[in-house]
Write a new protein. Structure first.
Length: 148
């Protein structure tokens, strides 16, 4: 019997993670990972954005973003969900492998299994908002409607 949820953070469904190594084009720029793009989008300063884009890993991109947290866009909390969806949409459109794996999940709930993040994932008590999983499920639904 298949599991009722698709859990990702690491492991078999790693491709849904922002830290997975799937480069993609977004806004005319090649990003090493969706984490790089997301962290850079927090800033309007082109130097900070480029420093984050050139980070050696998604962990470094996140760390650099935190180092410059006082310069985060003032509208960030209002736009971050839409920005993340736009980034994930671009990543999915450019990687048929991810689309194939996403469609193979059927109608199961997709959950970011982060033990630390109750906003993007399910968090420590498994009661988080799971916004990342919700984005993936929305895109899966859209892709399913297009495919016969």
């Amino acid at each position: 019997m298949p599991e009722d949820k698709v859990l990702f953070y690491e492991g078999a469904h790693y491709m849904y993670s922002n830290f997975s190594a799937f480069a993609f084009w977004w806004k005319g720029i090649l990003w090493p990972t969706s984490e790089h793009a997301y962290q850079a989008e927090k800033f309007s300063d082109p130097l900070v954005r480029e420093m984050i884009r050139l980070a050696l890993s998604p962990y470094d991109a996140k760390r650099m973003s935190r180092m410059h947290s006082e310069f985060v866009r003032i509208d960030w909390h209002d736009v971050k969900l839409a920005v993340m969806e736009e980034i994930i949409r671009a990543k999915l459109a450019q990687h048929p492998y991810i689309l194939k794996k996403l469609l193979a999940t059927g109608d199961r709930e997709i959950v970011e299994d982060s033990p630390h993040d109750g906003f993007w994932g399910r968090g420590r008590e498994h009661a988080g908002k799971n916004h990342m999983g919700r984005i993936w499920m929305k895109l899966r639904s859209e892709a399913s409607e297009v495919r016969p």
